[in-house]
Write a protein that binds this ligand. Structure first.
Ligand SMILES: Cc1cc2nc3c(=O)[nH]c(=O)nc-3n(C[C@H](O)[C@H](O)[C@H](O)COP(=O)(O)O)c2cc1C
Length: 274
């Protein structure tokens, strides 16, 4: 099967597909020809689907997949700029969670949305580990506390040690500043030998965080967990990630107890216009 198939009864030869193809794999050999691909197109196509998605006439198939199989963009459903601004600026980290666990169905929906996050060369190599239930989450938090105790004995970083000492002290007193007694934690992991996957994981988690906020859920990035999982073998073993995978980010997830009433101030943007 050729990479693209063109329905010549629909194609208007407007060259939009060629303009939008990231690898410039679609060409129009002559002025009045229909689109075709360069010889090595199969090797370089990243399967982004832009050619099918952008064609106003629904004239293209990519690898046998036609426009009728793709969900149409509903422009009426898109939020306004002011809605987007308010949505993004009013998102806050949640650190007090209800005990109620977010359903597997809802987490699946969040992960499904996060699949649409951009990824370098459309690699889509982000994998997910969902820790369900406060007991399991607390077990992991305890391991992070153990790692912090170890760091306190060996690290010369005074500022970090003072911070970790407070977190461990709180943990010993039954206050979880590590995973905030969240009912779930979601970890994004990926094969460490694939270029750029750390960024892909973080962008996907960001999508997931924003989708969660839109559904009335609360999240908080679990930086202590991610750092410990990067450096502490017992925690890595407990996570049982596939061989060669590293965790590149994690979010606590649950129902927030409190609603934020105001948007806190942030520093002015540091921009150089050049
Ligand atoms: C990479 C990253 C790691 C973070 N790790 C933690 C963490 O371990 N614990 C925590 O309570 N908050 C953590 N946070 C949340 C930040 O403290 C929070 O985003 C920041 O204070 C701004 O607040 P906001 O998210 O409500 O705007 C982390 C945030 C990021 C981006």
């Amino acid at each position: 099967m050729s990479l693209i198939e063109v329905d010549t009864s629909k194609c208007q030869r407007d060259r939009i597909c060629a303009q939008e193809c990231p690898g410039k794999l679609i060409i129009f050999p002559q002025k009045d020809s229909y689109p075709t691909t360069i010889e090595q197109a199969g090797e370089f196509c990243i399967d982004c689907g832009h050619c099918i998605a952008v064609c106003p006439h629904g004239a293209l198939k990519l690898k046998g997949l036609g426009p009728e199989k793709l969900e149409a963009v509903n422009h009426q459903l898109l939020p306004s700029p002011s809605q987007v601004r308010h949505f993004l600026t009013s998102r806050r980290s949640t650190r007090t969670f209800k005990k109620k666990v977010v359903s597997r169905q809802q987490i699946e929906e969040l992960i499904d949305i996060a699949r649409y996050a951009p990824s370098g060369s459309n690699k889509q190599q982000v994998h997910w580990l969902v820790i369900e239930g406060q007991d399991k989450v607390q077990h992991l938090a305890g391991m992070v506390a153990d790692w912090m105790c170890m760091m306190l004995q060996h690290s010369q970083d005074e500022a970090m040690n003072r911070r970790y000492a407070r977190v461990v002290e709180a943990w010993d007193q039954g206050v979880d500043r590590i995973l905030r007694r969240a009912p779930s934690v979601i970890i994004a992991h990926a094969p460490a030998d694939v270029f750029g996957v750390a960024t892909d994981c973080v962008i996907s988690l960001t999508y997931l965080e924003l989708a969660a906020y839109s559904q009335g859920l609360g999240t908080c990035w679990a930086g202590f967990l991610t750092t410990a999982a990067t450096y502490y073998p017992p925690l890595q073993e407990a996570l049982e990630l596939p061989a060669g995978h590293l965790p590149y980010g994690a979010l606590m997830l649950g129902y927030p107890v409190y609603q934020y009433q105001r948007i806190p101030q942030r520093q002015p943007a540091r921009v150089i216009w050049s």
